[in-house]
Design a protein around this ligand. Sequence first.
Ligand SMILES: NC(=O)c1ccc[n+]([C@@H]2O[C@H](COP(=O)([O-])OP(=O)(O)OC[C@H]3O[C@@H](n4cnc5c(N)ncnc54)[C@H](OP(=O)(O)O)[C@@H]3O)[C@@H](O)[C@H]2O)c1
Length: 317
Amino acid sequence: MAAVALKRTGQKMPLVGFGLWKVNRATCAETVYNALKAGYRLLDGAGDYGNEKEAGEGLRRAISDGIVKREDVFVTSKLWNTFHAHDHVKALAKKQLGLWGIDYFDLFLVHFPISLEYVDPSHRYPPEWWGDDKKVHLAKVPFQETWGAMEELVDEGLVKNIGVSNVQGSLLIDILRYAKYEPAVNQIELHPYLTQEPLIKLCGTLGIAITAYSSLGPQSYVELGADKGAKNLLEHDTIASIASKHSKSHAQVLLRWAVQQGLAVIPKSNNHDRLVQNLQVDAFQLSDAEIKEISSLNINLRLNDPADIDPRIAIFA
Ligand SMILES: NC(=O)c1ccc[n+]([C@@H]2O[C@H](COP(=O)([O-])OP(=O)(O)OC[C@H]3O[C@@H](n4cnc5c(N)ncnc54)[C@H](OP(=O)(O)O)[C@@H]3O)[C@@H](O)[C@H]2O)c1
């Protein structure tokens, strides 16, 4: 499977992985087991997804059944916003590893450059964006403190690579001013409605690999009532006509468009046939003209924007 070598460690990160956000908790272990059986070798989890224990069960079952070895699977997880303070970073990484039932993450990302007031996991986990009063409570933890703690996780062998998510140019450049270990990956929303060319270019210059999330566009946000009224990319005429030319599904064209640009993708599906289909994006090639035509659908539509939750956390402003 195509992969990208991460800086500092040189570890290979598969270009197609399985995304765990909104993978139903009740069927998550089975879904992860079947994803590994189908050939996925990257799992993209997060504390916030509330299914790390179940994902770990699926992974460990696949290991004990001899389908994969631990070292064959690239496991990503993410640190939530309420745990940015130095001591919380380590405590949560350990808690999350415990939920998965593994002893290291291949990649650990800071989920958002947003620091929120600590919520004790014994009180509520995952804590999401709000306090008990349903309001967002900001915390004054500078990103440098969080990053220093992330680096300590590497030194202690709890994580192999560290990175960021939802980070734009100015913060990336600032992290490089103090980083002992530079971010290996930036995981960002990226699809033909939000093509992010300047950020792709900057990350390329800095040697930071990009993982694109929500590659299928508004579809993922329909069930949350948050697709912002956008036309479904999976039904877009441009995508449909390119898909029919290559005898591929619409989703495969959207994923291929990203992978062919050297971006990693992590499609999610609760449906086994779609999950299998999403992995099969290596066996065809889009022409440069087709890539350009798809990129021209850009309307700078950002579906996952914390400003929609609270104007004080408008990190993309
Ligand atoms: N870092 C971050 O802040 C962040 C934010 C969002 C997402 N992510 C990560 O990125 C992953 C992917 O993003 P996402 O879950 O937002 O969206 P996505 O993978 O682009 O789309 C998922 C949606 O598309 C449907 N779908 C999947 N495969 C399909 C296919 N072949 N044909 C038609 N429909 C299909 C799924 O429904 P079914 O399940 O019914 O198939 C679901 O509604 C997440 O799971 C998560 O791991 C990270």
